[in-house]
Design a protein around this ligand. Structure first.
Ligand code: GUN
Length: 297
């Protein structure tokens, strides 16, 4: 049997187009475009690639992109000042400070400083708390993208058993809460879980978010299960200049023999993360403008 390949690129394009349609309506109703401020501290090349992609997607959706590039030795106080200015700026609906930050800056302090109602990353403790008790806030983009792909693939998730491998604040924990609110029976597995293959074998839904290349093998997967691979790991030649290849946390070749559906890497979760950022930024502006939009966004 060969699993259906979940096309994250197509799903992301569809979501971005639907958001762009709503943005156009909001612009004509309110007379202004939603705005996203993205802050990059330092010159980490991977972060610079992500930030550029986020800015491009923002503009393509008809929104304003404000990019702030600060030097790697920026003092923490200067970054906090910038966050305060963005919090107070009425043209800014969403604020994203790209992580990781250089060592002189306490990331938790910065994340906590962002106005929770502009925190389109959903990392502020207020939004983490809102998610935990079922209040409207902002949900982190990667878990939101995973949830949207699971609903599109499976329909109603009620009663399904889900195993989330990984307990990070950015992916594992929020995704477990989202699946719980969709009435899944949720297990969070992690590095201390005993007999991980046996735990994964019980799951109708498997989400791998551990950052270990091709760790989840095909014989861990229950036949027909839906597998979402959040991992992005570069493997291959280590010589200088060699690029290697990107693989997920799931051994795609063996897992796709057993699963019912599976996301590829690249082209699965990644594009949906950016689409959900665009979605969250629009939602932030819509809330600020009291603008009503379709429920399935
Ligand atoms: N670094 C890697 N992914 C992310 C993300 O989703 N948001 C932020 N702020 N930084 C990141």
């Amino acid at each position: 049997m060969s699993a259906r390949r979940i096309d994250g690129k197509a799903a992301a394009l569809d979501l971005r187009q639907r958001v762009a349609g709503e943005v156009a309506k909001l612009r004509s109703a309110s007379g202004r475009a939603p705005g996203l401020a993205v802050v990059l501290v330092g010159e980490d090349p991977a972060s610079a690639v992500y930030v550029r992609a986020k800015g491009k997607a923002t503009i393509e959706a008809g929104m304003e992109s404000f990019e702030h590039q600060l030097p790697a030795d920026t003092p923490e106080a200067d970054l906090l000042d910038l966050v305060d200015r963005l919090n107070a700026d009425p043209a800014v609906d969403g604020i994203l400070v790209q992580l990781p930050l250089p060592p002189q800056i306490d990331a938790n302090k910065v994340i906590t400083r962002i106005d929770p109602d502009k925190d389109v990353d959903g990392f502020n403790p207020v939004n983490a708390g809102r998610l935990a008790i079922g209040l409207h806030g902002f949900v982190p983009c990667t878990p939101l993208g995973c949830l949207k792909m699971l609903r599109a693939e499976l329909g109603d998730l009620s009663g399904r058993s889900a195993v989330v491998i990984g307990r990070s604040n950015i992916v594992g924990k929020p995704l477990a809460l989202l699946l719980l609110s969709d009435n899944c029976t949720v297990t969070i597995a992690h590095s201390r879980t005993r007999d991980l293959p046996a735990v994964v074998r019980r799951a109708d839904i498997v989400v791998a978010a551990v950052g270990r290349a091709e760790m989840v093998k095909g014989d861990w997967i229950k036949p027909g299960a839906c597998v979402i691979d959040v991992g992005i790991n570069r493997v291959g030649p280590v010589e200088p200049g060699a690029k290697g290849r990107l693989v997920g946390d799931v051994d795609f070749a063996s897992a796709s023999e057993v699963a019912g559906a599976i996301t590829p890497v690249p082209g699965g979760v990644g594009p949906m993360t950016i689409a959900c950022l665009i979605r969250n930024t629009f939602v932030s502006a819509a809330r600020r403008e009291d603008f009503r939009y379709g429920k399935d966004l």
